[in-house]
Write a protein that binds this ligand. Structure first.
Ligand SMILES: *[C@@H]1O[C@H](CO)[C@@H](O)[C@H](O)[C@H]1NC(C)=O
Ligand SMILES: *[C@@H]1O[C@H](CO)[C@@H](O)[C@H](O)[C@H]1NC(C)=O
Ligand SMILES: CC(=O)N[C@H]1CO[C@H](CO)[C@@H](O)[C@@H]1O
Length: 422
């Protein structure tokens, strides 16, 4: 009898011990997972905020007691005016000595490979940054390791039809299947029979279908009504604090300035990386409809964020927005006058100083740039220079080594340039 009781007792003891142990292990696992997810404490960012708030204290803001936000993730999408946003972020980060997570050797994080922290220059686990903003294929789990949890996530979208036109223009030479299109109107030929020139397995094919969805890390070849499309859009909706729209660029920047508690000067801009208008294909309504259907996931994504965008504008105040956009346009025009020779953009071959010459697509030079005024009020000289510096040159100024990008640029110009229409 006693023996059996004793055996039962040790069984119970063993059971309790086992429960305690598994709980402890679970707790350890959970804790280490948390520690891994949250490598950057908010306190680090607060320290930085204190450091950078000093210059702001006199600047009037619409909100009482708002501190400028300095931790942010900008998901740089392709062909969406995102280079202009990048210039704004570079200027802000440089002015306030913020820490950027930059790529190494090139200007993107090994796009189109999904982002991982090890692509960050000199990255060691536990490193924390203020700003992540170079091209990447979005991967939230990895990005989150670099930033404090209070980081603001922003991105920019553009009407997928215009985005497709632009992406086709810029990248079709890099997608081998399009090489067999014989027509002069390659874009039209493609849209009239996309399946003949597109294969989801083909090299670089993502540039030609639902590029936005691909940039955000999802499968760009899903059917439009696939339930995971809806789930993906919902997850982006939760993840991003603000989604800008290229079509409403000023309104977007005003919302950004409000969200980040920055000043008007911080978000002034010159349109960078704009294309010569003669190189933009005018699509017939029929082809536009085809482009929309071909990029139906991106269209769904855009529709979703177009709605949330206008809700934000409503909340901001329609009249207040109108006033602020007017003021921003006025200040931008003023900066054009101060900084830019002739006050407008010029063709690449007319840019005198190569520091201001933007990167050109393979086989042509259709991207416009600016000449800086010879005589600038010293008060504005630095701001003018920074506002006019294209992405690649600005990255170099910020200390990024770009040997791969430069090598590619040299090969491109040496072997692939056709004489550009002058
Ligand atoms: C900042 O504000 C203080 C007092 O509020 C004022 O004395 C000072 O002149 C202001 N500085 C600037 C640059 O406006
Ligand atoms: C975006 O929303 C605005 C306001 O509701 C609407 O006027 C516009 O047509 C929409 N754009 C697209 C491309 O759906
Ligand atoms: C520029 C500046 O104010 N730097 C300060 C940032 O904060 C640290 C720690 O509080 C100071 O040591 C720096 O002087």
């Amino acid at each position: 009898m006693f023996g059996i009781k004793g055996r039962k007792w040790t069984l119970v003891q063993g059971f309790i011990l086992w429960i305690l142990l598994t709980n402890f292990m679970l707790w350890l696992y959970y804790y280490s997972d948390l520690a891994q997810e949250r490598t950057c404490p908010n306190s680090i960012s607060r320290l930085r905020v204190h450091n950078v708030t000093l210059p702001f204290q006199n600047i009037t803001s619409n909100k009482v007691n708002c501190l400028p936000k300095v931790n942010l993730m900008f998901m740089k999408t392709h062909k969406t005016a995102s280079s202009t946003i990048l210039n704004i972020l570079f200027r802000f980060g440089q002015k306030h000595k913020l820490k950027f997570a930059f790529p190494d050797g090139r200007n993107d994080f090994f796009y189109p490979s999904p982002f991982v922290c090890s692509q960050v220059k000199d990255y060691k686990p536990g490193n924390c940054f203020n700003i992540v903003c170079n091209h990447m294929r979005f991967n939230h789990r990895e990005v989150a390791k670099l930033l404090p949890p209070d980081a603001v996530y922003i991105t920019i979208l553009r009407d997928p039809v215009d985005l497709f036109e632009s992406s086709f223009h810029y990248y079709h030479r890099a997608v081998p299947l399009t090489w067999k299109i014989k027509s002069d109107n390659k874009l039209g030929a493609f849209l009239n029979n996309p399946d003949a020139f597109y294969s989801k397995e083909a090299f670089n094919s993502f540039y030609l279908k639902n590029l936005l969805f691909f940039d955000f890390g999802f499968n760009n070849n899903l059917a439009e009504d696939d339930p995971s499309v809806h789930t993906a859009i919902e997850s982006l909706s939760k993840r991003f604090d603000l989604v800008l729209l290229a079509e409403y660029f000023e309104e977007s920047l005003i919302l950004l300035k409000e969200l980040l508690c920055w000043t008007m000067e911080d978000v002034l801009y010159f349109k960078l990386n704009a294309r010569r208008s003669s190189s933009v294909s005018r699509l017939t309504p029929e082809l536009r409809a085809k482009a929309q259907k071909w990029n139906s996931i991106d269209w769904k994504l855009y529709q979703h964020f177009n709605v949330t965008f206008w809700k934000k504008v409503d909340a901001y105040g329609i009249d207040r927005m109108k006033e602020d956009v007017k003021e921003m346009k006025r200040r931008n025009a003023e900066m054009h006058g101060f900084c830019i020779e002739g006050g407008h953009a010029v063709e690449a071959h007319n840019i005198k100083n190569s520091h201001f010459l933007p990167w050109q697509p393979v086989g042509e030079s259709s991207i416009l740039g600016y000449n800086i005024n010879r005589e600038i009020d010293p008060k504005f000289k630095t701001l003018c220079e920074k506002m006019l510096t294209p992405e690649i040159q600005y990255l170099a100024d910020l200390g990024v080594n770009l040997w791969l990008t430069r090598l590619w640029g040299w090969l491109k110009d040496a072997f692939m340039s056709t004489r550009s229409p002058q």
